[in-house]
Design a binder for this molecule. Structure first.
Ligand SMILES: NC(=O)c1ccc[n+]([C@@H]2O[C@H](COP(=O)([O-])OP(=O)(O)OC[C@H]3O[C@@H](n4cnc5c(N)ncnc54)[C@H](OP(=O)(O)O)[C@@H]3O)[C@@H](O)[C@H]2O)c1
Length: 321
């Protein structure tokens, strides 16, 4: 089968098409015929070696955590899906492996895609949606009535986080640039804050929870805007937030947390039910035929995606193999 692949750290020029075997499904695995795969920042951060000290890669690597497709084969212990089912999921493999004609994934990390959701939308949902849900619910202890700030509200994680918080009865202040104001407002944000204005944070007020989906505020700046006992949750792990979490937060009687998203078919099914009920909308900024993967990665790496960037799997361009 054809797969996108790279064999050393570097920019997107290290990626090429290559013939690879997906492997046989283990007892708890499914083999998927992939129709669409989304790009997430983690895909290019891993490839650039930004995380190699804590998360070294074993080459060759096929990137991509998010996929939609149909089940080609199942392992002996799998009972939640059958061959032919249309599913999406977040790969539990070390660096993903979804940008391929076929990929293996744990059956417990997938869910059935409801009718009405396109392959591109379904591929765009898992990693970003799970990050929004797990970050708000588990780390942020989200509950109805909270006043919540979401940064990066026009990005893959943020636009879903705004909706998750709204759906759970919170009042949401969404932080985005001026060009995204209108559609972010349409996601249900009570208030939209323009992060390009110099003093936007000073005027933001006080929150029960600040969900820093792009990790640009930091606990130090967020702290004066948290009520006593309030939480700051960032999607960007690192020494600063660990120090905040274990030392500074308790001094200031606030909580500071970070986390790594975990594949979960149960959580994914919850998000898909919300999509089916039109309570959660996933925005695909742009989908690219996977032969144009370099352009698609460039778009994601530019840092200004509006929602998700997705690859659709047609025939790969022979000139790139
Ligand atoms: N910890 C985890 O498990 C986990 C999981 C998923 C993602 N992440 C991390 O979370 C971050 C966001 O991921 P993503 O998929 O949402 O990225 P993304 O889709 O690439 O985010 C792009 C969006 O961020 C907005 N943005 C950039 N700077 C901003 C700022 N200072 N304030 C408000 N919005 C800003 C951009 O809006 P403009 O065009 O207006 O600038 C754009 O719409 C990434 O760093 C990713 O690695 C972590």
């Amino acid at each position: 089968m054809k797969a996108l692949c790279y064999s050393r750290y570097g920019d997107r020029s290290v990626i090429h098409f290559r013939e690879r075997e997906p492997g046989d499904p283990g007892p708890g695995d499914v083999l998927v015929n992939v129709t669409a795969a989304a790009i997430n920042p983690i895909d290019w951060k891993l490839r650039e070696g930004q995380m190699k000290w804590i998360y070294p890669l074993k080459f060759p690597v096929t990137p991509g955590f998010d996929f939609c497709g149909t089940v080609a084969a199942i392992g002996k212990a799998v009972s939640n899906v059958r061959p032919g089912d249309r599913i999406c999921g977040m790969s539990n493999r070390r660096a993903g492996a979804a940008m391929a004609e076929q990929c293996l994934c744990a059956a417990k990390a997938i869910a059935l895609v409801p009718k009405g959701l396109s392959d591109e939308e379904a591929a765009g949902l898992p990693l970003a949606g799970l990050t929004a849900l797990q970050g708000l619910r588990d780390r942020g202890q989200l509950h109805a009535g909270m006043r919540v700030m979401v940064t990066g509200a026009s990005g893959g994680v943020g636009h879903l986080a705004v909706q998750v918080a709204r759906r759970r009865g919170c009042r949401v202040a969404a932080v985005c640039g001026p060009d995204n104001r209108e559609w972010v407002e349409g996601l249900g944000a009570e208030e939209v804050l323009n992060y390009r204005e110099p003093d936007w944070l000073r005027r933001a007020g006080v929150f029960d929870l600040i969900y820093d989906a792009v990790g640009t505020i930091g606990f130090g700046r967020a702290r004066p805007h948290l009520r006593t006992g309030g939480s700051y949750v960032t999607t960007l792990p690192g020494p600063a937030i660990w120090l905040d979490q274990f030392i500074r937060a308790s001094i200031y009687r606030r909580r500071a947390r970070t986390f790594l998203v975990k594949p979960s078919g149960v959580d994914l099914a919850e998000l898909l039910r919300a999509c089916k009920a039109a309570k959660l909308r996933i925005r695909v900024d742009r989908s690219y035929d996977w032969k144009n993967f370099a352009e698609a990665f460039a778009h994601s790496e530019g840092g200004h995606a509006r929602g998700k960037v997705v690859l659709t799997l047609g025939a790969p361009d022979a000139s790139r193999t």
